[in-house]
Design a protein around this ligand. Structure first.
Ligand code: AHR
Length: 322
Protein backbone atom coordinates (compact mmCIF):
# COMPACT_ATOMS: atom_id res chain seq x y z
CA UNK A 1 0.00 0.00 0.00
CA UNK A 2 1.25 3.50 -0.80
CA UNK A 3 1.85 5.39 2.42
CA UNK A 4 0.52 8.89 3.08
CA UNK A 5 4.14 9.98 3.35
CA UNK A 6 4.94 8.67 -0.12
CA UNK A 7 1.92 10.44 -1.58
CA UNK A 8 2.92 13.67 0.18
CA UNK A 9 6.50 13.31 -1.06
CA UNK A 10 5.47 12.72 -4.67
CA UNK A 11 2.99 15.60 -4.50
CA UNK A 12 5.76 17.85 -3.19
CA UNK A 13 8.07 16.74 -6.03
CA UNK A 14 5.34 17.39 -8.58
CA UNK A 15 4.62 20.83 -7.15
CA UNK A 16 8.32 21.69 -7.07
CA UNK A 17 8.81 20.75 -10.71
CA UNK A 18 5.74 22.79 -11.69
CA UNK A 19 7.19 25.72 -9.73
CA UNK A 20 10.60 25.33 -11.39
CA UNK A 21 9.00 24.99 -14.81
CA UNK A 22 6.86 28.11 -14.25
CA UNK A 23 9.82 29.97 -12.84
CA UNK A 24 11.80 29.76 -16.04
CA UNK A 25 9.36 32.19 -17.66
CA UNK A 26 9.91 34.80 -14.97
CA UNK A 27 11.53 37.86 -16.54
CA UNK A 28 11.08 36.70 -20.15
CA UNK A 29 9.65 38.98 -22.82
CA UNK A 30 6.84 37.60 -24.98
CA UNK A 31 5.27 39.48 -27.89
CA UNK A 32 1.56 38.93 -28.46
CA UNK A 33 -0.08 39.96 -31.72
CA UNK A 34 -3.81 40.02 -30.99
CA UNK A 35 -6.41 40.32 -33.76
CA UNK A 36 -8.38 43.17 -32.21
CA UNK A 37 -11.53 43.38 -30.14
CA UNK A 38 -14.29 42.20 -32.45
CA UNK A 39 -16.12 40.10 -29.84
CA UNK A 40 -16.70 39.61 -26.13
CA UNK A 41 -14.73 36.39 -26.39
CA UNK A 42 -11.74 38.22 -27.88
CA UNK A 43 -11.81 40.79 -25.06
CA UNK A 44 -11.77 37.95 -22.52
CA UNK A 45 -8.87 36.22 -24.26
CA UNK A 46 -6.88 39.47 -24.12
CA UNK A 47 -7.60 39.92 -20.38
CA UNK A 48 -6.79 36.31 -19.53
CA UNK A 49 -3.53 36.43 -21.53
CA UNK A 50 -2.38 39.58 -19.73
CA UNK A 51 -3.32 38.06 -16.38
CA UNK A 52 -1.54 34.75 -17.14
CA UNK A 53 1.59 36.65 -18.19
CA UNK A 54 1.56 38.77 -15.04
CA UNK A 55 1.17 35.71 -12.79
CA UNK A 56 4.26 34.15 -14.38
CA UNK A 57 6.39 37.30 -14.29
CA UNK A 58 6.40 37.61 -18.10
CA UNK A 59 6.84 41.00 -19.72
CA UNK A 60 4.05 40.83 -22.34
CA UNK A 61 4.39 43.14 -25.34
CA UNK A 62 0.83 43.48 -26.57
CA UNK A 63 -0.04 44.63 -30.11
CA UNK A 64 -3.64 45.11 -31.28
CA UNK A 65 -3.84 44.51 -35.05
CA UNK A 66 -7.30 46.03 -35.49
CA UNK A 67 -8.40 43.10 -37.69
CA UNK A 68 -5.58 43.61 -40.22
CA UNK A 69 -3.11 40.89 -41.14
CA UNK A 70 -0.60 43.51 -42.34
CA UNK A 71 -0.57 44.98 -38.80
CA UNK A 72 0.06 41.51 -37.37
CA UNK A 73 2.97 40.93 -39.72
CA UNK A 74 4.41 44.35 -38.85
CA UNK A 75 4.05 43.62 -35.11
CA UNK A 76 5.76 40.23 -35.44
CA UNK A 77 8.64 41.81 -37.36
CA UNK A 78 8.89 44.38 -34.56
CA UNK A 79 9.03 41.61 -31.94
CA UNK A 80 11.78 39.87 -33.90
CA UNK A 81 13.77 43.13 -34.13
CA UNK A 82 13.41 43.60 -30.35
CA UNK A 83 14.72 40.06 -29.77
CA UNK A 84 11.77 38.85 -27.67
CA UNK A 85 12.03 35.38 -26.12
CA UNK A 86 8.83 34.09 -27.75
CA UNK A 87 5.95 35.29 -29.90
CA UNK A 88 2.26 34.48 -29.64
CA UNK A 89 -0.11 35.31 -32.47
CA UNK A 90 -3.85 34.89 -32.98
CA UNK A 91 -3.85 34.83 -36.79
CA UNK A 92 -6.77 36.78 -38.26
CA UNK A 93 -6.80 34.69 -41.47
CA UNK A 94 -5.26 31.35 -42.39
CA UNK A 95 -3.03 32.21 -45.34
CA UNK A 96 -0.06 34.53 -45.90
CA UNK A 97 2.12 33.68 -42.91
CA UNK A 98 5.01 31.71 -44.40
CA UNK A 99 7.47 34.60 -44.81
CA UNK A 100 7.12 36.18 -41.38
CA UNK A 101 7.06 32.80 -39.59
CA UNK A 102 10.22 31.83 -41.46
CA UNK A 103 11.85 35.06 -40.27
CA UNK A 104 10.94 34.22 -36.66
CA UNK A 105 12.32 30.71 -37.10
CA UNK A 106 15.58 32.04 -38.54
CA UNK A 107 15.84 34.35 -35.51
CA UNK A 108 15.30 31.24 -33.32
CA UNK A 109 12.24 32.74 -31.65
CA UNK A 110 9.53 30.16 -30.89
CA UNK A 111 6.08 31.12 -32.17
CA UNK A 112 2.83 29.90 -30.60
CA UNK A 113 -0.50 30.20 -32.41
CA UNK A 114 -3.52 31.05 -30.29
CA UNK A 115 -7.15 30.17 -31.08
CA UNK A 116 -6.88 30.15 -34.90
CA UNK A 117 -4.77 28.14 -37.31
CA UNK A 118 -2.60 28.93 -40.33
CA UNK A 119 -2.00 27.29 -43.70
CA UNK A 120 1.77 27.11 -43.26
CA UNK A 121 4.32 24.33 -42.68
CA UNK A 122 4.06 23.00 -39.13
CA UNK A 123 7.78 23.42 -38.46
CA UNK A 124 7.29 27.21 -38.56
CA UNK A 125 5.57 27.26 -35.17
CA UNK A 126 6.17 25.54 -31.85
CA UNK A 127 2.55 24.68 -31.11
CA UNK A 128 -1.01 25.79 -31.75
CA UNK A 129 -3.44 26.17 -28.85
CA UNK A 130 -6.98 26.18 -30.21
CA UNK A 131 -10.29 24.38 -30.13
CA UNK A 132 -11.32 21.72 -32.63
CA UNK A 133 -13.38 24.15 -34.71
CA UNK A 134 -14.85 21.48 -36.97
CA UNK A 135 -16.10 19.74 -33.85
CA UNK A 136 -17.63 23.00 -32.59
CA UNK A 137 -19.64 23.24 -35.81
CA UNK A 138 -20.65 19.59 -35.52
CA UNK A 139 -21.78 19.99 -31.91
CA UNK A 140 -23.89 23.03 -32.85
CA UNK A 141 -25.32 21.23 -35.88
CA UNK A 142 -26.11 18.06 -33.95
CA UNK A 143 -27.94 20.12 -31.33
CA UNK A 144 -30.14 21.56 -34.10
CA UNK A 145 -30.71 18.17 -35.74
CA UNK A 146 -31.92 16.80 -32.39
CA UNK A 147 -33.99 19.88 -31.56
CA UNK A 148 -35.82 19.90 -34.90
CA UNK A 149 -36.47 16.17 -35.29
CA UNK A 150 -38.40 15.44 -38.50
CA UNK A 151 -39.77 18.95 -38.99
CA UNK A 152 -38.71 20.99 -42.03
CA UNK A 153 -36.25 23.68 -41.02
CA UNK A 154 -34.75 26.50 -43.08
CA UNK A 155 -31.51 27.63 -41.46
CA UNK A 156 -29.64 30.90 -41.96
CA UNK A 157 -25.94 31.05 -41.16
CA UNK A 158 -23.85 33.98 -39.92
CA UNK A 159 -20.26 33.20 -40.79
CA UNK A 160 -17.16 34.53 -39.05
CA UNK A 161 -14.38 36.53 -40.72
CA UNK A 162 -13.82 35.40 -44.30
CA UNK A 163 -10.64 33.32 -44.62
CA UNK A 164 -10.28 32.70 -40.87
CA UNK A 165 -10.01 29.10 -39.69
CA UNK A 166 -13.01 29.31 -37.29
CA UNK A 167 -15.24 30.54 -40.14
CA UNK A 168 -14.03 27.81 -42.51
CA UNK A 169 -14.11 24.98 -39.97
CA UNK A 170 -17.30 25.87 -38.09
CA UNK A 171 -19.11 25.96 -41.43
CA UNK A 172 -17.70 22.59 -42.41
CA UNK A 173 -18.56 20.92 -39.09
CA UNK A 174 -22.13 22.27 -39.11
CA UNK A 175 -22.68 21.06 -42.67
CA UNK A 176 -21.33 17.64 -41.71
CA UNK A 177 -23.84 17.38 -38.86
CA UNK A 178 -26.73 18.32 -41.15
CA UNK A 179 -25.69 15.93 -43.92
CA UNK A 180 -28.32 13.25 -44.50
CA UNK A 181 -31.03 15.28 -42.73
CA UNK A 182 -32.85 16.57 -45.78
CA UNK A 183 -35.48 18.34 -43.68
CA UNK A 184 -32.76 20.84 -42.66
CA UNK A 185 -31.42 23.19 -45.31
CA UNK A 186 -29.02 26.12 -45.08
CA UNK A 187 -31.01 28.68 -47.05
CA UNK A 188 -28.67 31.65 -46.64
CA UNK A 189 -25.10 32.08 -45.46
CA UNK A 190 -23.12 35.29 -45.20
CA UNK A 191 -20.31 36.74 -43.13
CA UNK A 192 -21.08 38.89 -40.10
CA UNK A 193 -17.35 39.26 -39.39
CA UNK A 194 -17.72 37.96 -35.80
CA UNK A 195 -19.22 41.31 -34.69
CA UNK A 196 -22.53 42.09 -33.02
CA UNK A 197 -23.36 45.00 -35.33
CA UNK A 198 -22.63 43.05 -38.54
CA UNK A 199 -24.56 40.04 -37.18
CA UNK A 200 -27.60 42.24 -36.67
CA UNK A 201 -27.29 43.90 -40.07
CA UNK A 202 -26.93 40.61 -41.96
CA UNK A 203 -29.78 39.02 -40.00
CA UNK A 204 -32.02 41.96 -40.94
CA UNK A 205 -31.28 41.18 -44.59
CA UNK A 206 -32.05 37.48 -44.07
CA UNK A 207 -35.35 38.35 -42.40
CA UNK A 208 -36.38 40.64 -45.26
CA UNK A 209 -35.50 38.02 -47.84
CA UNK A 210 -37.31 35.22 -45.98
CA UNK A 211 -40.88 36.47 -45.72
CA UNK A 212 -40.25 38.81 -42.81
CA UNK A 213 -38.50 35.96 -40.99
CA UNK A 214 -41.59 33.70 -41.05
CA UNK A 215 -39.74 31.18 -43.25
CA UNK A 216 -36.66 30.99 -41.00
CA UNK A 217 -36.60 28.18 -38.46
CA UNK A 218 -33.10 28.69 -37.01
CA UNK A 219 -30.04 30.91 -37.11
CA UNK A 220 -26.58 29.39 -36.71
CA UNK A 221 -23.97 32.02 -35.80
CA UNK A 222 -20.24 31.25 -35.78
CA UNK A 223 -19.98 33.25 -32.55
CA UNK A 224 -22.22 34.48 -29.75
CA UNK A 225 -21.76 38.17 -30.54
CA UNK A 226 -23.30 37.73 -33.99
CA UNK A 227 -26.08 35.67 -32.36
CA UNK A 228 -26.79 38.51 -29.93
CA UNK A 229 -27.00 40.91 -32.91
CA UNK A 230 -29.32 38.48 -34.70
CA UNK A 231 -31.54 38.23 -31.61
CA UNK A 232 -32.01 42.00 -31.70
CA UNK A 233 -32.90 41.86 -35.42
CA UNK A 234 -35.45 39.09 -34.76
CA UNK A 235 -37.06 41.10 -31.98
CA UNK A 236 -37.13 44.25 -34.14
CA UNK A 237 -39.02 42.21 -36.76
CA UNK A 238 -41.69 41.38 -34.18
CA UNK A 239 -40.65 37.74 -33.79
CA UNK A 240 -39.53 35.80 -30.73
CA UNK A 241 -35.90 34.66 -30.79
CA UNK A 242 -35.48 31.24 -29.20
CA UNK A 243 -39.07 30.31 -30.08
CA UNK A 244 -40.05 31.55 -33.57
CA UNK A 245 -36.42 31.33 -34.66
CA UNK A 246 -34.03 29.05 -32.81
CA UNK A 247 -30.60 30.51 -32.02
CA UNK A 248 -27.47 28.36 -31.83
CA UNK A 249 -23.92 29.72 -31.66
CA UNK A 250 -20.38 29.29 -30.32
CA UNK A 251 -18.24 30.87 -27.53
CA UNK A 252 -20.35 30.73 -24.31
CA UNK A 253 -19.92 34.40 -23.39
CA UNK A 254 -21.99 35.88 -20.52
CA UNK A 255 -24.37 37.73 -22.87
CA UNK A 256 -25.55 34.52 -24.53
CA UNK A 257 -26.35 33.07 -21.09
CA UNK A 258 -28.32 36.25 -20.32
CA UNK A 259 -30.20 35.65 -23.59
CA UNK A 260 -30.87 32.03 -22.52
CA UNK A 261 -32.25 33.25 -19.19
CA UNK A 262 -34.60 35.51 -21.18
CA UNK A 263 -35.61 32.53 -23.37
CA UNK A 264 -34.02 34.12 -26.45
CA UNK A 265 -31.12 31.74 -27.17
CA UNK A 266 -31.14 27.95 -27.34
CA UNK A 267 -27.59 26.60 -27.40
CA UNK A 268 -23.95 27.60 -27.41
CA UNK A 269 -20.66 25.70 -27.62
CA UNK A 270 -18.00 26.79 -25.18
CA UNK A 271 -14.66 28.19 -26.32
CA UNK A 272 -12.34 28.85 -23.39
CA UNK A 273 -10.65 32.27 -23.45
CA UNK A 274 -7.69 30.73 -21.60
CA UNK A 275 -5.45 29.84 -24.53
CA UNK A 276 -2.45 31.53 -22.93
CA UNK A 277 -2.27 29.20 -19.89
CA UNK A 278 -1.57 26.04 -21.93
CA UNK A 279 0.62 28.08 -24.29
CA UNK A 280 2.86 29.32 -21.46
CA UNK A 281 3.01 25.82 -19.95
CA UNK A 282 4.19 24.45 -23.29
CA UNK A 283 6.73 27.25 -23.66
CA UNK A 284 8.01 26.67 -20.14
CA UNK A 285 8.62 22.95 -20.73
CA UNK A 286 10.23 23.68 -24.09
CA UNK A 287 12.62 26.26 -22.64
CA UNK A 288 13.43 24.07 -19.63
CA UNK A 289 14.78 21.06 -21.52
CA UNK A 290 13.72 21.31 -25.16
CA UNK A 291 10.56 19.23 -24.64
CA UNK A 292 8.60 19.56 -27.88
CA UNK A 293 4.94 20.16 -27.06
CA UNK A 294 2.08 18.54 -28.95
CA UNK A 295 1.79 20.38 -32.26
CA UNK A 296 -1.92 20.93 -31.60
CA UNK A 297 -3.12 21.53 -28.05
CA UNK A 298 -6.90 21.17 -28.29
CA UNK A 299 -9.25 22.88 -25.86
CA UNK A 300 -12.73 21.53 -24.99
CA UNK A 301 -15.98 22.19 -26.86
CA UNK A 302 -18.84 21.75 -24.40
CA UNK A 303 -22.47 22.33 -25.35
CA UNK A 304 -24.61 24.55 -23.10
CA UNK A 305 -28.39 24.89 -23.30
CA UNK A 306 -30.99 26.50 -21.02
CA UNK A 307 -30.92 23.23 -19.03
CA UNK A 308 -27.40 24.08 -17.84
CA UNK A 309 -28.16 26.80 -15.30
CA UNK A 310 -27.59 29.80 -17.60
CA UNK A 311 -27.99 32.28 -14.73
CA UNK A 312 -25.20 30.51 -12.83
CA UNK A 313 -23.00 30.45 -15.95
CA UNK A 314 -23.63 34.16 -16.47
CA UNK A 315 -22.72 34.95 -12.86
CA UNK A 316 -19.53 32.86 -12.99
CA UNK A 317 -18.27 34.35 -16.23
CA UNK A 318 -19.26 37.98 -16.11
CA UNK A 319 -16.24 39.12 -14.11
CA UNK A 320 -13.69 37.30 -16.28
CA UNK A 321 -12.89 40.08 -18.72
CA UNK A 322 -15.69 39.52 -21.30
O1 AHR B 1 -10.99 32.56 -33.13
C1 AHR B 1 -11.97 32.49 -32.17
C2 AHR B 1 -13.15 33.35 -32.57
O2 AHR B 1 -12.74 34.66 -32.77
C3 AHR B 1 -14.24 33.46 -31.53
O3 AHR B 1 -15.16 32.42 -31.59
C4 AHR B 1 -14.86 34.73 -31.93
O4 AHR B 1 -15.76 35.28 -30.99
C5 AHR B 1 -13.64 35.54 -32.13
O5 AHR B 1 -13.80 36.71 -32.70
Amino acid sequence: MISKLAIAASLATALTSVAIAQDNLNGLTVGFSQIGSESGWRAAETSVTKQQAEERGIDLKFADAQQKQENQIKAIRGFIAQGVDAIMVAPVVATGWDDVLTEAKEAEIPVILLDRGVDAPEDLYLTSVASDQIKEGRVAGQWLVDAVGDADCKVVELQGTVGSTPAINRKQGFEEALAGHDNLTIARSQTGDFTRSKGKEVMEGFIKAENGGADICAVYAHNDDMAVGAIQAIKDAGLKPGTDIKVVSIDAVPDIFAAMVAGEANATVELTPNMAGPAFDALSAYLADGTAPEKFIITESKLYTPADNPQGEYDTRKGLGY
